[in-house]
Design a protein around this ligand. Structure first.
Ligand SMILES: Nc1ncnc2c1ncn2[C@@H]1O[C@H](COP(=O)(O)OP(=O)(O)OP(=O)(O)O)[C@@H](O)[C@H]1O
Ligand SMILES: [Mg+2]
Length: 325
């Protein structure tokens, strides 16, 4: 399969008054053509920072990309000039954010906003852009697109706004969509509809999707492969079936145990004990050590090796050396 986007050893830190926040620390993953890769992990583990780093959108200061490579079409996006980066942003790689309200301009109708992006990126005339914006709105499941296009953002529900954001991302026929928790604020049925739209678009437009979420339930319905992030690092990655059938890192096992099982009895939740790590404290060993139920003395001393447990299933854990499938 072709690799569309390769992130290698990406390291992005924030230099704050309270110290250096190691938000993304030596992170590597590969997004393939027509694939949905889910970056999953608890709040604050660095998912958004990793996504923003790909398009060099991290607030700077305080943020700075300290190292690594982001290879897209043979070029390293960390090294290209601003002009080239602008071509890639929005045009080839589009981003959908968690909160559509803050990404839409309240004083323009949503139809005009989509049309404006089409005029800018695809050079369409006003009429052609308005017509195309209606087509895109229909494609993302907005009924009566012509009418809805005349609405202002505040007149639309959260799910409809998120559809507008997806339509906006599609204006330039991107090869990659980065979606940062696009369904986090939506209720279950609307969430399922938005996920269906994204899965459909991935197939019909042969796009790749980097989907960010903290929710393993969402991951199950959309991911082809998964990268589990904890404390600024990828702790486990592999094909979706491998991760669900053979979760190996104690953190992944813990996350999967947190999924509610719907039975006639009350659902049993098993939270992972402890709290998310401070990313300002330097760590000699494994970042998960304080919360790990299986820890060994070596885990507190040496950083864990990346162990290939089977095929592309890679786990960053001392325990795995003896645990290969
Ligand atoms: N602009 C910033 N300035 C300082 N620290 C920041 C900034 N943005 C993020 N951080 C810190 O970087 C770390 C990673 O944050 P990030 O937003 O990437 O996590 P996340 O996994 O996306 O979390 P969530 O699921 O809550 O969206 C956190 O400790 C956060 O406080
Ligand atoms: Mg985030």
């Amino acid at each position: 399969m072709d690799n569309v986007l390769e992130v290698r050893h990406l390291t992005t830190h924030f230099f704050t008054r309270l110290g250096v926040v190691r938000a993304v620390d030596d992170v590597s993953f590969t997004l393939r053509k027509k694939e949905c890769l889910c970056l999953v992990g608890e709040s604050g583990c660095g998912k958004t920072t990793a996504a923003l780093s790909i398009l060099r959108l991290v607030d700077s200061p305080p943020g700075r990309i300290l190292g690594g490579e982001i290879i897209y079409q043979g070029e390293d996006l960390i090294k290209v000039d601003e002009a080239r980066l602008r071509q890639v942003r929005g045009d080839r790689i589009a981003m959908i954010f968690q909160n559509p309200q803050s990404s839409l301009n309240p004083v323009f109708t949503v139809g005009d906003q989509i049309a404006e992006t089409l005029k800018l990126h695809r050079g369409l005339s006003r009429n052609a852009a308005l017509e195309k914006s209606q087509q895109l709105m229909t494609q993302v499941g907005i009924p009566q697109a012509a009418e809805r296009g005349r609405d202002y953002p505040h007149q639309l529900s959260g799910g409809m706004k998120q559809r507008v954001m997806i339509a906006m991302a599609l204006t330039c026929q991107p090869e990659v969509i980065i979606a940062d928790e696009p369904t986090a604020a939506l209720d279950t049925t609307i969430k399922a509809q938005i996920l269906d739209i994204l899965i459909d678009l991935k197939q019909s437009r042969e796009m790749s999707l980097l989907f960010i979420t903290h929710d393993f339930g969402t991951v199950a319905s959309i991911a082809d492969s998964i990268a589990v992030m904890y404390g600024g690092k990828i702790v486990e990655s592999g094909a979706t079936d491998d991760i669900f059938d053979h979760p190996t890192h104690p953190y992944t096992v813990g996350l999967l145990n947190c999924l509610p099982k719907i039975t006639k009895e009350r659902s049993q939740l098993m939270p992972i004990p402890g709290t998310i790590p401070s990313l300002t404290e330097p760590v000699a060993g494994c970042i998960f050590y304080p919360r790990c139920a299986c820890r060994l003395p070596v885990c507190n001393r040496n950083s864990p090796p990346d162990v290939i447990v089977a095929g592309e299933h890679v786990v960053s854990c001392h325990l795995c050396n003896d645990n290969k499938r």
